[in-house]
Design a protein around this ligand. Structure first.
Ligand SMILES: [Zn+2]
Length: 405
């Protein structure tokens, strides 16, 4: 067993961490409301909340591990709020956790927790002083009230009113103090202990390697994450991006926009923009690889990928009839036919005007099998039907490539 640990982490250090993890686990066991780490694969089980409705999300193992918000469905029979794949969320939280383990971050974290404690303590003290002042004023009013001659009704009524007012303020201040004390008790003790802080500082930078060792169990990983992460709020407002908010112990938060893979181009929220950019750059003669790189850098991506693949560029380019020719300086001539750009030039429109209508189905035409181009018969009739389309006198036109009509 001992030999399973990476050699660069001392055995004693690991034992120390392991013991702390077990303590941490036991702490969660006692405090079940914050979510006991379960043995399942989803690392954030129990601390993931829905960014759409605020409820705690459950883990669904059917068809891949996913976080699902089904609270509103259970309570009100409405459709499931949102379902989000667990893997990218977990990976992002783990990456943020590793980043937080850098010594500087840990120190900043410890300082933030200390500041928060001080601020909470100061606020509590101020509230307690306010309660004392109100108690004193209530007692004072009561003493003034007693000896008043019952015949002097006006004074008595005024004093009674003031006394009741003071008592009401006092009850409110006492309740607020109790709430604040409970809140502070809940948040403040969850700083990390100096021991754990020291151990993290020692192994923190090695943890990314250690993470994949069999010695570190899923339960251990969950407990580790919960040492620093209080909860994770996720919201998939658009199909291909998860808005992720990490709430660290002590109350600091990190906001992350997490791109996730989707099954098809149409599901990418910026697919229209990406397609237009590909068409424009391809027309300008850029290579598929160059376009893919430029668009990846601009934050676009292919379905099921975190970057744009040259093959995606190629597919979109071909769909728009933009072929890579060896001699781009010599526009292609097909006897008896017009290409999109040739037709566009004759019509006085941009090629894009024609492509738009091909993709919307207004112009029904198939790609020519031999050339891979859209070819229009080079005849006066072609121009006249296109003129009508341009003038709005035709709703739709149908062309059969390489066949007279
Ligand atoms: Zn929800």
């Amino acid at each position: 067993m001992k030999d399973q640990y990476p050699a660069y982490i001392s055995w004693t250090t690991f034992e120390k961490i392991d013991a702390m993890l077990r303590d941490n686990y036991a702490e969660y066991d006692r405090n079940k409301t914050r979510g006991v780490p379960q043995t399942g694969a989803a690392l954030l089980h129990g601390i993931v909340y829905c960014g759409a409705c605020g409820h705690k999300m459950v883990v669904q193992y059917k068809g891949g591990v996913r976080y699902m918000c089904n609270y509103l469905r259970q309570q009100h029979g409405v459709p499931v709020c949102q379902v989000i794949p667990a893997a990218p969320v977990d990976a992002e939280a783990v990456a943020a956790f590793f980043k937080a383990l850098a010594p500087a971050e840990l120190d900043a974290y410890a300082r933030a927790v200390a500041l928060r404690r001080e601020a909470d303590a100061a606020a509590l003290k101020a509230q307690a002083q306010q309660v004392e002042r109100l108690r004193y004023r209530a007692a004072l009013t009561e003493r003034q009230f007693d000896p008043v001659d019952p015949d002097n009704r006006l004074v008595a009524a005024e004093l009674e009113r003031r006394w009741e007012e003071t008592l009401r303020d006092l009850r409110q201040a006492e309740a607020a103090l109790a709430d604040a004390a409970q809140e502070a008790g809940r948040v403040v003790p969850f700083g990390i202990s100096p021991d754990l802080h020291a151990a993290f500082a020692e192994v923190g930078q090695r943890l990314p390697d250690l993470w994949h060792q069999p010695a570190l169990t899923t339960a251990g990983k969950k407990a580790l994450l919960r040492c620093l992460i209080d909860k994770v709020v996720i919201h998939r407002a658009v199909r291909d991006t998860i808005a992720l908010r990490l709430v660290w112990r002590g109350g600091a938060t990190s906001e992350i926009a997490l791109p996730i893979t989707v099954g098809s181009l149409a599901e990418l929220s910026r697919s229209g923009e990406m397609e237009a950019a590909i068409v424009e750059r391809a027309r300008a003669g850029e290579s598929d690889a160059a376009i893919a790189a430029a668009l990846s850098a601009a934050g676009h991506r292919s379905p099921l990928r975190q970057a744009v693949l040259p093959s995606t560029v190629q597919a979109i380019r071909l769909r728009h009839g933009i072929l890579r020719e060896r001699h781009q300086s010599h526009p292609r001539r097909i006897p008896g036919y017009l290409t999109v750009s040739q037709l566009a030039a004759q019509l006085g429109v941009t090629p894009y005007w024609i492509y738009d209508r091909i993709y919307s189905g207004t112009i029904a035409i198939e790609l020519d099998a031999q050339t891979g181009l859209y070819l229009f018969p080079d005849r006066p009739e072609t121009l006249s039907v296109f003129q009508k389309l341009k003038a709005g006198k035709l709703d739709r036109l149908s062309l059969v490539p390489r066949l007279a009509y």
